[in-house]
Design a protein around this ligand. Structure first.
Ligand code: ATP
Ligand code: MG
Length: 197
């Protein structure tokens, strides 16, 4: 392509992008939903936590279905003065195999998550693996939607987990599906520090 043609094309592209940026002038708390079967949902939510902490924002993290193993981010987050955490004290449901116990733990973790969603001083709330709480009926779907709808208007929320309910997709502003193309685990590589935990 000739140089002048290329320049004209880039100029049109820049005009288009500048117009779109100008049109996007609404400032509000948004809900980001990260779903799908591929790796990268929880770690992406931690990327947002990193961004928020860089601006001295306050963060509340509720981890549902926390694995039995402690992770690198647990150690990191424990050292952050601007981070509050609520971890469900149970492994995955196939570890505990006790629905009544899992439900009680889910309700307890949700009550902390709900307090974050009512707290104007918290700028970002992470609801890690929340999708399963709805699909396994550990928590009341409507109660979750109400808490999300009634949260402070500038508060951002990120929800992760596979197979998100339609209601979560509807309430979210940004939804990404991480597609599983390949995972090291299937080549018998065990979970690696700094990558998987
Ligand atoms: P991560 O925490 O690494 O961002 P994730 O939140 O997208 O992963 P989860 O479904 O919550 O994925 O699973 C958490 C753990 O399982 C991580 O150790 C991750 O590497 C692993 N994992 C994620 N997806 C897959 C997959 N498709 N096959 C095998 N293991 C997976
Ligand atoms: Mg996850």
């Amino acid at each position: 392509m000739a140089d002048d043609q290329y320049k004209a094309r880039m100029q049109r592209k820049k005009e288009h992008i500048d117009n779109r940026i100008e049109e996007a002038n609404i400032d509000k708390g948004i809900i980001v939903l990260l779903t799908g079967n591929g790796k990268g949902k929880s770690s992406s939510s931690l990327g947002m936590v990193c961004r928020a902490l860089g601006y001295d924002m306050k963060v509340g993290i509720a981890k549902f279905l926390k694995g039995v193993q402690d992770t690198g981010e647990d150690a990191f987050l424990a050292k952050q003065p601007n981070v509050q955490t609520a971890f469900m004290k149970t492994g995955f449901t196939w570890d505990t195999q006790d629905k009544a116990y899992d439900t009680a733990m889910a309700v307890e973790t949700w009550s902390k998550a709900q307090s974050y969603l009512e707290d104007k001083s918290i700028d970002l709330v992470v609801l890690d693996e929340l999708t399963y709480m709805i699909s396994y009926k550990y928590l009341d779907e409507q109660q979750i939607l109400d808490a999300l709808n009634n949260r402070p208007k500038d508060q951002h929320v990120v929800i992760t987990g596979r197979a998100a309910a339609d209601s979560l997709i509807e309430i979210a502003d940004t939804v990404s599906e991480v597609k599983d193309i390949k995972h090291a685990f299937r080549a018998n590589i065990k979970a690696q520090k700094g990558v998987d935990l």
